[in-house]
Design a protein. Structure first.
Length: 339
């Protein structure tokens, strides 16, 4: 602050903030006070810039820091940390500030040549970007990583597969042969509710309420309730009251599925039951908005992947096309004739 005191101008300020050294000086003119203040601040800024240490921390170190300060509170925290550490190792564990688009592009090319899918690489990129954004937000780093400018790779969309009634029967027959007592119940829950495998396997008796299942440990963290038939509700709840929880049974499921001889697209083993519920729900006339709520999708765009299976959807293609009126009631007018 510069104030006039008699015939002089007093400069009173703290160039390094409220906790820094206080400087008070008198000047003959206000211009002299302003020039002094400007030079002092500039000199302190230059000194600070010269003395600022270069951030040479390696990517793995920042991953551990991120995990301790933030990551451990996230869902699948340990799995996310381990995937990041594996990615860091594959990249050569570079200094984090030197990780740039060129290095990442070379890595992605090598991984694609080795047969890794573009969707997996895109998930890695999304996680890596989130890491750097969170580190900057927490002031662990003071720079914006150039990785944030990298775009996702183009993905080829894979058609979602579902099981027919006959295929469901084949799987159910194999479940009866499994020694894992929990397996059949978990598969039934997935097929009648569209639950993810982890959601169904994590169900307990307290989540069996009002003739339905309350899923609390969900992907987006929001609980959801799905009602089921009385017989299924009683079957599952009785088992959980006796056993308190389901045993881990995904390996048994994979073995049972393999015994059927059925083939599905890669990466859909865990989700085939969820896709089957959604597909049959829509084919049997279910509402797409209701399906969104049941599956717990945050966006309707995700649920719309199943819309083409709706019988109404297919019928509308017949009646709502631009030439439909010309052929109604057996009208066989030439469709090329202008209206």
């Amino acid at each position: 602050m510069i104030t006039k005191v008699g015939n002089h101008y007093k400069l009173d300020f703290r160039p390094q903030g409220t906790k820094g050294k206080r400087i008070i000086r008198l000047f003959d003119t206000k211009a002299e006070a302003v020039r002094f203040q400007y030079k002092l601040v500039s000199r302190l800024t230059e000194t600070k810039a010269v003395q600022a240490p270069v951030d040479d921390r390696q990517l793995s170190e920042l991953i551990h820091t991120w995990f301790e300060l933030h990551g451990r509170s996230l869902k699948s925290a340990v799995d996310t940390r381990n995937r990041l550490l594996n990615l860091s190792q594959l990249l050569g564990n570079p200094k984090a500030r030197l990780l740039d688009p060129e290095l990442l592009a070379k890595y992605r090319k090598q991984r694609i040549d080795a047969g890794l899918s573009t969707s997996t690489l895109n998930r890695e990129l999304i996680t890596l970007k989130a890491l750097f954004r969170e580190l900057k937000r927490m002031s662990v780093i003071d720079y914006d990583s150039s990785i944030l400018t990298v775009r996702k790779l183009r993905e080829s969309k894979t058609e979602l597969s579902y099981l027919t009634d006959d295929q469901i029967n084949m799987i159910m027959n194999q479940l009866d042969q499994s020694r894992n007592r929990s397996l059949k119940y978990v598969v039934i829950i997935c097929l009648v509710t569209g639950a993810r495998w982890s959601e169904a396997e994590g169900l307990n008796s307290t989540n069996c309420i009002n003739q339905g299942f309350q899923f609390v440990d969900t992907k987006n963290g929001q609980s959801r309730f799905v009602p089921v038939q009385d017989s299924i509700f009683s079957l599952v709840k009785s088992y959980l009251i006796r056993s308190s929880s389901f045993a881990s049974c995904y390996a048994a499921y994979r073995s049972a599925f393999k015994r059927t001889g059925l083939t599905i697209p890669p990466g859909q083993m865990a989700h085939i039951l969820r896709h089957t519920f959604a597909s049959h729900f829509i084919m049997n006339g279910g509402n797409i908005l209701a399906l969104q709520k049941i599956l717990g999708h945050s966006s309707l765009n995700i649920t719309m992947r199943y819309s083409h299976l709706s019988p109404d959807y297919l019928v509308q293609a017949i009646h709502l096309n631009p030439l439909s009126n010309r052929f109604n009631n057996g009208n066989d007018n030439d469709p090329t004739t202008p209206i």
